[in-house]
Ligand binder design. Structure first.
Ligand code: GLU
Length: 294
């Protein structure tokens, strides 16, 4: 049964490794919040980056979540089955004149930044600490752009952030945060998409970016509540901007705490000790997992 007032939650893992306790926290919170509000709980497989995703990790996601005792609606949406949809969202942004092809590799960006910093200027960094894209190709004319792409060098399509922010009056974009950000931010939050610079919307080896596909899917699936780890708190600014540009509804956001490993660092999929599977193999029960993380 669905109705427009019914809350919709989703857990959206990428099958690029085994799920760890942090994922268990996210999945259980989504599931329990859906249950507490007579809402729906969806599972979405975010496998756009086919260079890193593997079918055995997808199978492990289903297996681990079922072992945790969670139930989700079927069919499960798999992003790689819907590439045409993300391409059409990208085309809409392009038609608005907000997209440009960029060819600098990571190494070239680093070199450009090092050059500029050698001159004494601090290069701006995004909330994750990566240098903003220099954007040299941003203002190339049509012919120069085509010539650049015809050269055959792999290119990424980027959002012209300044233009995009201006076009929606983005200083006034906000979201409702019912969890909290890294500095305890909660309530009505002002989005700062510009802090990310010209984000990637698609690459030659990944036809849609995380940012683009996540907002398209959340809207298409009618997601009303996005519950996820605090590491994605700042990305919400980009998501709000893309929603505004594409005329998509805005969900409520709830960012939850991150679980840290014994070394004090965020858990990672490569650390086998904190994998859900490892706990299961060590004879721990789903109730033990809940007691450990909730
Ligand atoms: N697929 C993302 C991840 O595994 C999560 C996306 C989201 O919850 O918005 O980190």
């Amino acid at each position: 049964m669905t109705s427009s007032a019914q809350p919709v939650f989703r857990f959206a893992p990428s099958p690029n490794g085994l799920l760890h306790l942090g994922h268990a926290l996210s999945a259980i919170l989504n599931h329990d919040m859906a249950q507490a509000s007579a809402g729906r709980f969806l599972l979405r497989i975010e496998d756009i980056d086919q260079t890193r995703c593997r079918p055995e990790f997808e199978a492990a996601i289903f297996d681990d979540l079922a072992w945790l005792g969670l139930e989700w609606e079927r069919p499960v949406r798999r992003q790689s089955d819907h590439l045409a949809l993300y391409a059409s969202a990208l085309k809409r942004l392009d038609d608005m004149g907000l997209v440009y092809p960029s060819i600098l590799s990571r190494g070239e960006i680093k070199a450009a930044v090092a050059d500029a910093e050698a001159g004494g200027d601090d290069w701006p960094r995004d909330p994750d600490g990566a240098p903003l894209y220099p954007g040299r190709e941003r203002d190339l004319g049509f012919e120069a752009r085509n010539a650049m792409i015809a050269g055959g060098k792999p290119h990424a399509l980027r959002l012209d952030m300044k233009k995009a922010v201006l076009s929606v009056g983005a200083p006034h974009l906000t979201w409702q945060e019912t969890g909290s950000g890294p500095a305890g931010e909660t309530g009505i939050i002002t989005a700062d998409a510009a802090a990310w610079g010209d984000v990637i919307l698609s690459r030659s080896d990944a036809p849609s970016s995380y940012h683009l596909s996540v907002v398209v899917d959340d809207a298409l699936q009618g997601v009303t509540h996005v519950v996820r780890g605090r590491d994605l708190y700042h990305a919400t600014s980009v998501h709000r901007l893309l929603q505004q540009l594409l005329g998509l509804p805005q969900p409520v956001y709830h960012h939850h705490r991150l679980l840290l490993g014994a070394d004090g660092r965020k858990l990672s999929k490569s650390n086998r000790d904190t994998g859900i599977r490892a706990f299961r193999e060590a004879g721990r029960t789903p109730a033990d997992i809940r007691a450990l993380i909730l």
